[in-house]
Design a protein around this ligand. Structure first.
Ligand SMILES: *Cc1c(COP(=O)(O)O)cnc(C)c1O
Length: 462
């Protein structure tokens, strides 16, 4: 064992190795040393554990080179979303258009008027770039943008009703995933949640009975990612808003996804739009930028000027503020909404949702043919199925789609899935019995070629 330890290469020998030395253009020597030490340590541990019989110097060099190379690959990568879930939170939710990305690039690589009024030549507000647009599109008096919708809700409650009781229906105590749970959010800002009604039924009288001098606000939370069906009841927006205002209390609405346009025209169920929620009289309405709006990650608050003004002055806003990239993207996306037909054409999230069954079938046939032409023993078939909206929106909506189902006699579905995921294109398919499936709904223009390219090298699978 001692002999083996002695045979480990010395650090200066490793650093002098031409292939390792070549990395000094990329990394500082101390970093190369750390990586080399890490590999030496692992080998040393293996020797001490008795699992190594001879020291292979060349294998150690190769291991170091592999780690140096791995570390030069950025962690955040593009992936091919073949799951069919349009707003896939794990895969980064919405996709932005080239037009919007051009704008982000332009403002990123230059100075901007982010907080500068060009007309007057003095300091301005970063929020001004989208406030008028948001008001125009939603009918609200004022608007504000923060980091995400979770931040929007926290800012709203912290600034307006800390230390107060907040009334929420028992049917709306939503968990969004990650760590966003309405009861926890309310508690975290120092307010007290007062649950109202029953899980399936909440009447306006339940809210009325719960109001006392400790009450701070009535909050309606959109049940984004689940539905109560059967024997259910909730008061209308108007009843809730009227009751709040009779008692001089604010009524807030956390809409979650936030629809700028009614999507029934493309086959989705009815959900209230942001404008409807504003016109119902809610004092502040909050929603996400990167769910169905199809924009960058952001939390948007629209509503009465008196309330938004309070939020604008709250110190928490500074901690939640968005940068010029978010502003550029959000402005670009909102501008498309001025003409709904443009919105469907220009906002990728909406165009992905709006594909016809015939278009999806044609896309699937194109992919099927390309895979069959590889002539590599893939069994390819088309399967009718449903895609999901995702992002905790429209949980019950069924979007008809076509899956391209692929199997191979030499590989199991989990081998195929792993191969696709770890390939240079990082393809994320669905999996079913013995096969992987590509839902063509979420495949972008160049993705068919990416999938075919990767499948072409299947026999190099390690
Ligand atoms: C998604 C969602 C949130 C959180 O929004 P993020 O933008 O992900 O922070 C909050 N409330 C509801 C009802 C939601 O659907």
């Amino acid at each position: 064992m001692k002999e083996l330890l002695k045979q480990l290469p010395k650090m200066n020998e490793l650093l002098a190795h031409p292939d390792i030395k070549a990395w000094s253009d990329v990394y500082h020597t101390s970093f190369i040393k750390d990586v080399s030490n890490h590999v030496l340590d692992q080998t040393r541990q293996a020797i001490l554990a008795g699992s190594v019989e001879s020291v292979d110097q060349e294998a150690i060099v190769q291991a170091i080179l592999e780690q140096l190379s791995d570390k030069s690959t950025p962690s955040l990568q593009r992936v091919v979303n073949a799951t069919g879930t349009v707003l896939h939170t794990n895969l980064g939710r919405s996709v932005l258009s080239e037009q919007v990305m051009d704008k982000i690039k332009e403002v990123g690589m230059s100075y901007t008027n982010l907080e500068y009024k060009l007309a007057e030549g003095h300091r301005g507000s970063r929020y001004s770039h989208v406030e008028d647009l948001l008001c125009e599109l939603t009918g609200a008096e004022a608007a504000l943008v923060v980091n995400n919708n979770a931040a929007a809700v926290m800012l709203l409650l912290s600034a307006t009703v800390p230390n107060k009781e907040i009334l929420v229906s028992r049917g709306e105590l939503v968990e969004i995933g990650g760590s966003f749970r309405i009861p926890d959010v309310i508690e975290s800002v120092g307010a007290t949640l007062k649950e109202v009604g029953a899980t399936n039924k909440t009447h306006i009288a339940d809210y009325e009975r719960a109001i006392n001098e400790e009450t701070g606000a009535l909050v309606k939370v959109h049940t984004s990612n689940y539905r109560l069906i059967g024997f259910t009841e909730t008061p209308s927006d108007k009843e809730l808003v009227d009751l709040a205002h009779e008692h001089n209390l604010p009524a807030f609405n956390d809409l979650g996804s936030g629809l700028m346009l009614d999507l029934q025209s493309i086959g989705l169920p009815y959900e209230p739009t942001i404008a409807e929620s504003v016109s119902a009289g809610y004092d502040v309405v909050t929603f996400s930028g990167d769910k169905l709006l199809g924009g960058p990650q952001a939390g948007i608050l629209v509503g009465k000027k008196d309330y938004i003004d309070v939020l604008k002055k709250h110190p928490l806003l500074r901690a939640l503020r968005v940068d010029k990239f978010t502003m550029a993207a959000l402005e670009g996306v909102l501008r498309s909404y001025r003409q709904p037909s443009r919105a469907f054409a220009e906002i990728p999230v909406l165009s992905l949702l709006n594909q016809s069954e015939a278009d999806l079938l044609a896309k699937a046939e194109q992919l099927q043919e390309a895979i069959e032409q590889l002539d590599l023993d893939f069994e390819v078939s088309l399967v009718s199925a449903y895609s999901q909206v995702g992002g905790g929106a429209f949980p019950e909506a069924l979007l008809p789609t076509t899956l391209v189902q692929v199997s191979h006699p030499s590989y199991s579905e989990s081998q195929l899935e792993r191969y696709l995921r770890l390939s240079k294109e990082h393809i994320i398919p669905r999996i079913s019995d013995g096969a992987v499936q590509f839902d063509v709904r979420t495949l972008l223009a160049s993705d068919l070629d990416r999938i075919t390219d990767v499948l072409a090298s299947i026999n190099e699978m390690k």
